[in-house]
Ligand binder design. Sequence first.
Ligand code: ADP
Ligand code: ADP
Length: 225
Amino acid sequence: DPVLQLTGVAKTYNKGLPNAVQVLQAIDLTVQPGEIVALVAPSGAGKSTLLHIAGLLDTPDAGSVRICGAEMVGESDRKRTGVRRSDVGFVYQFHHLLPEFTALENVMLPQLANGVPRAEAQTRAADLLCRVGVEARSEHRPAALSGGEQQRVALCRALANEPRLLLADEPTGNLDPETSAQVFATLMGLVRDTGLAAVIATHNMELAARMDRVLRMDKGVLTPA
Ligand code: ADP
Ligand code: ADP
């Protein structure tokens, strides 16, 4: 099965009201295991809406959302939250790490929430931090880290529960070009190593060109670039 399969996905905000805005018209998107898809879209094109629907944080008005073959539209919130927690990892433009916890603890927390024993969560968190090159920063809080280090830790947190799907919304958009390229290379390496599927929204065409497939999003429709 594809990791993600969206068929005919449509979304209108404020439906039926004078200020209704149709953000997604008929989105078809299939992402196979190991595939990295770039989503290139102008601001306001609906990419956040699309990523939230794909990640089960929002529901479409019409269409089908399948994760690893299972239909999620019409499922209970409880079921969707369970699938999101085990199968989906998110990375954003800003790290959203918890400020009062260390880097290591930030990567342990999603695992503890999923019932992983503490020792195992710690081992896995340390391993992930090592793989992205920030092991020396494990005991530091987010505020003590550079922007690139913060995004590396956020990437580790997204992968902590070994998801099958990574959804990233401008994951290097807040970094200077050099740091952005480095963090992006780390992200691509880690995604390739783990064989997970990824949808990565970016404005950066140079980075997009290094992914397996580039899709443009405009006026609620996806087109191959
Ligand atoms: P992008 O991530 O591509 O910038 P979004 O998915 O955030 O786009 O938003 C697409 C459009 O939908 C924008 O015009 C935005 O103003 C509108 N929008 C987003 N969320 C809401 C909401 N909760 N209610 C109403 N309009 C929204
Ligand atoms: P609960 O409300 O049952 O604690 P949530 O739905 O808040 O569960 O969170 C489940 C998972 O989804 C968490 O791993 C969290 O990181 C992620 N998540 C929840 N809300 C958002 C959001 N707005 N953006 C990104 N990830 C989110």
